[in-house]
Design a protein around this ligand. Structure first.
Ligand SMILES: C[S@@+](CC[C@H](N)C(=O)[O-])C[C@H]1O[C@@H](n2cnc3c(N)ncnc32)[C@H](O)[C@@H]1O
Length: 446
């Protein structure tokens, strides 16, 4: 609902976007991300909501508070690139994504190519206390930074949650259209009210959102939304043929989160033996972050819009050695982890690199070999030496034995020659059908 003076309108005029989700920012959201989330759910248009907070309130941080009627509501997805955690609700019929990034919102602002909807409930974030005793955070002082990235036709929403007597000045602004910085003007369009229907708000018993809504005119050129969206969603960083391979599958659950099967088993154990087993103390898990038909639909949309994708190019040579396909990729393995995940590859690299890879993509952990366990007696390759003339003899064969799938990924090792590989693979008849070796040195395997 929108109040414009004394007139009531059914809808708050929020923008739409063609061929991409709306980009929504809620800086310093903490738990109140549920407010901006609800506003977007009611809007019913595809969206990504990015919340930059110095200390985000992740939905899987406190299960009980972030669930709905005892059911998990946000399923965690692969992390965005760089910083943050991502979540999605599979039951909404339109594209949705919640991203929490633990950083200063002023810094985070640099990453946005444009913002369609800026949702603010704490304007101080954009201000610096200047030491004056009677310093007051004012709307007009915060506005230039607040709407710096809001695109022409976008909207600024100021949630009144934290507006009380001491904060009246938050909402002191001129009437009509007014300039806040070169090329950017705002116009107050009215007071928005939303009833909370989808996800209950936490704390304070609030079941309504009251906000001031401003239309933004901005003559500064926006950035490219597809570049930004590709940093948030792994699927947008893959090539159409990789996406084809995902069809008919569902994204796996976040490693470490209990599955629906885990939950059910524990619940039935509790019913059978209530004294021995407690009821699960977390909400009933979602099966996946997507519904299968919707995921396929989205994949097909991406495949049909290759201009929206930002696949990582691979500089590779492919050759056959015995019954094994060898793929030599010039570049760092860290740039190709999403692709390795699509291949269900087994990571067989030393500890430090393994850690770096899993920090970027935890899903690879399932098939990663542990070459250097803490207990020396558990080491699978005795006195391993990775490279050079003194490297462990037959190291390629030793590594192949440790692969946990039929695609093994590693980096240059031994003396990194084709002859050495040929010798290892010519009569190899193990499980690995494809060996992917990343090399940084242009001269390796020539
Ligand atoms: C008063 S709380 C408001 C929380 C929430 N928006 C609400 O209304 O319930 C302020 C929030 O802003 C965050 N914050 C403060 N300065 C920030 C900054 N420069 N960048 C990002 N987050 C900031 C804090 O971590 C905190 O979560």
């Amino acid at each position: 609902m929108l109040w414009k003076g004394n007139h009531l309108f059914c809808n708050v005029p929020l923008p739409k976007a063609d061929d991409r989700p709306l980009i929504v920012s809620h800086p310093g959201a903490h738990m109140n991300y549920l407010a901006s989330w609800n506003v977007m759910v009611e809007h019913g248009e595809p969206f990504v909501l990015v919340c930059d907070d110095l200390g985000p309130a992740y939905p899987d941080g406190w299960w009980a508070q972030h669930s709905k009627d005892g059911m998990e509501y946000f399923a965690r997805l692969q992390n965005p690139q760089g910083v943050g955690q991502a979540y999605r609700n599979p039951d909404l019929s339109f594209q949705n994504l919640l991203v929490h990034r633990g950083l200063d919102a002023n810094k985070g602002m640099e990453d946005f190519p444009l913002i369609d909807i800026m949702y603010v409930d704490f304007i101080e974030i954009f201000l610096k206390y200047n030491g004056e005793v009677d310093w007051r955070p004012t709307f007009m002082a915060a506005a230039p930074k607040m709407v710096e990235k809001v695109r022409d036709g976008g909207v600024l929403i100021i949630d009144r949650k934290n507006v009380h007597e001491d904060y009246d000045q938050w909402l002191e602004f001129p009437q009509g259209e007014f300039e806040v910085s070169p090329g950017i003007t705002l116009e107050h369009v009215g007071k928005g009210e939303w009833l909370i229907l989808d996800m209950p708000l936490n704390g304070g018993g609030r079941d309504e959102i009251h906000a001031e809504v401003f239309r933004v005119s901005n003559s500064n050129p926006p950035g490219n939304p597809d570049d930004f969206l590709a940093t948030l969603m792994k699927e947008r960083r893959l090539a159409p043929k990789d996406l084809e391979g995902f069809k008919g599958t569902l994204p796996t659950r976040w490693p470490g989160h209990p599955t629906l099967d885990d939950y059910t088993e524990r619940l039935f154990n509790h019913y059978d033996h209530p004294d021995a087993f407690d009821r699960p103390d977390y909400p009933e898990p979602l099966e996946s972050s997507w519904k299968s038909e919707k995921y396929d639909e989205w994949l097909q949309w991406l495949i049909n819009h290759p201009e929206s994708l930002r696949p990582i190019e691979r500089n590779e040579r492919i050759m056959q050695m015995g019954s094994t396909t060898v793929r030599l990729v010039h570049g760092t393995i860290l740039a190709h982890l999403d692709w390795l995940q699509t291949k269900d590859a087994s990571l067989v690299v030393r500890d430090a690199l393994r850690e770096s890879c899993l920090a970027e993509n935890l899903f690879l952990g399932k098939n990663a070999a542990n070459l250097q366990p803490f207990m020396r007696w558990k080491k699978p390759i005795r006195h391993m030496r990775w490279s050079g003339p003194d490297a462990t003899p037959n190291l390629t064969r030793e590594l192949l034995k440790l692969s946990k799938s039929n695609v093994m990924a590693t980096i240059s090792h031994g003396i990194a020659t084709l002859e050495e590989l040929e010798a290892a693979l010519t009569d190899y008849d193990g499980e690995v059908e494809e060996l992917v070796i990343f090399h940084l040195d242009e001269e390796d395997y020539r």
